[in-house]
Ligand binder design. Structure first.
Ligand code: GUN
Ligand code: ZN
Length: 426
């Protein structure tokens, strides 16, 4: 049965970093969902007339967008989000690793997977790319939970064979074998996509990185996700651990772990050679602004990265990031943009959280846009969800001024509806 959703539908037809915001976006009065896909966009009256059989959901002035795409997060860290007072390495050792240890218990993994997907949807996020833990059952748990909800999720077994506690280490062979088995089970099953997942160079031996590089060469249409140059202490540690590497990126590049389907979380403290290589291969840089401020990592220079032609997406990085809300992430990206001399336009922020992140996952033909025939993963935002937001948006002269208060001050209270593959989820 077709559903006609009426509101203020925002459809990006171009990249707002390349053309002015008003040329990048089109506004429509409604969207027709049929068979789980976007079937038509247009004026409300025209759509009603052309599709009298469709059930009508009238959301008034709500903004209807592609569902948010969170391009880097850690579902196993939901239980320790907002843990106080540490920086990256001692934060991992103090809070993260003890929590990840619990995912050897498949029932706990299933509980946290379902909890996390529920929180994501409540915040309007319909796709996420998540690290799991070292335990293969943590990967099954997330993909099963996503399948039950019809969600397109990217995930992979987090591989670590050194600098991690007992019980959280694999080895090059088992990392390869477990990842290969999971990849064959899940990649392309329904909406699932597998990402080969070395956590980061400090917790993998060169042999483990080489094994995962070989696996990626065997399955090049898989994604690969990791962390890169998040904190200066970490970069110095990588230099000690890999004395022959030209730089941090080279620890991945030398083992076949640099490519267009690679997702590099944070990527803050980059050398010129690293920036050149990332751009040349069209790798995905994932900006995690709420995490970068929370763990004290540094300021990602979005203006410079876009100007030099990098592909960039946005992510929560929960539990390093302290919110499941991509609105909070956009607000933090705006603030960091101000600190680095680039005030990001609301169109650019919304594009990064939808099309931009979908492009990093190589899914922009299906999600992150409102193109006809794409999957109807949608979010509707109430642009006056709190009194403070409502009084400001009431004065707006155009759509961008109406939406910016929600970008800056909004959270899950702004979620007025969520559709996953055309089915109402919230
Ligand atoms: N670097 C390696 N592991 C992690 C992690 O779990 N979170 C963050 N923010 N950075 C990392
Ligand atoms: Zn991360």
């Amino acid at each position: 049965m077709a559903e006609l959703v009426l509101g203020c539908v925002l459809d990006f037809v171009a990249d707002p970093f390349e053309v002015p915001p008003d040329a990048a976006a089109r506004l429509h009065g409604g969207v027709l969902i049929e068979g789980g896909r976007i079937a038509a966009l247009g004026a409300a009256a025209d759509l009603r007339r052309a599709h009298p059989e469709a059930a009508v959901t009238d959301l008034g002035s709500a903004l209807i967008l592609p569902g948010f795409v969170d391009a880097h997060m850690h579902y196993p860290q939901t239980g320790m989000i907002a843990s106080w007072g540490k920086r990256l390495i001692d934060w991992l050792e103090t809070y993260t690793f003890p929590e990840e240890m619990k995912f050897g218990d498949a029932a706990y993994a299933r509980q946290q997977a379902d909890l996390t997907l529920g929180l994501a949807l409540a915040n309007g996020t319909t796709t996420l790319a998540s690290f799991c833990t070292i335990h293969p059952q943590s990967v099954d748990a997330l993909f099963e939970a996503a399948e039950a909800r019809g969600m397109a999720v990217v995930a992979g077994k987090t591989c670590m064979d050194r600098n991690a506690p007992d019980g959280l280490r694999d080895d090059p062979r088992s990392a390869y074998d477990d990842s290969a088995r999971l990849l064959r089970r899940w990649h392309g099953r329904g909406r699932a996509l597998y990402a080969i997942t070395p956590r980061f160079s400090p917790t993998s031996s060169p042999e483990q990185l080489a094994a995962l590089g070989a696996l990626w060469a065997e399955y090049p249409d898989c994604l690969m996700q990791t962390h890169l140059s998040e904190q200066v202490d970490e970069v110095a540690w990588v230099r000690d651990l890999y004395p022959d590497a030209r730089d941090y990126l080279d620890t991945y590049e030398a083992q076949g772990l640099l490519g267009a389907r690679g997702l590099y979380g944070h990527a803050i403290h980059l050398d010129p050679r690293e920036r050149d290589r990332l751009r040349e291969v069209g790798a995905g840089l994932v900006h995690c602004p709420t995490s970068n401020t929370f763990i004290g990592s540094g300021l990602f220079d979005m203006g410079a990265r876009i100007a030099e032609g990098q592909r960039v997406g946005l992510a929560t990085d929960t539990g390093g990031g302290s919110s499941f809300s991509m609105l909070r992430v956009m607000a933090a990206a705006y603030e960091i943009g101000q600190l680095t001399g680039t005030p990001l336009h609301p169109a650019q922020l919304l594009w990064l959280a939808t099309t931009g992140s979908a492009r990093l996952l190589h899914c922009e033909d299906r999600i992150g846009t409102m193109g006809i025939g794409t999957v109807a993963d949608l979010v509707a935002l109430d642009l006056g969800a709190t009194p403070a937001i409502a009084q400001r948006s009431a004065r707006a002269q155009d759509i961008w001024e109406a939406v910016f208060p929600t970008v800056m001050m909004g959270d899950d209270r702004a979620t007025a509806g969520v559709w996953v593959e055309g089915r109402r989820a919230i």
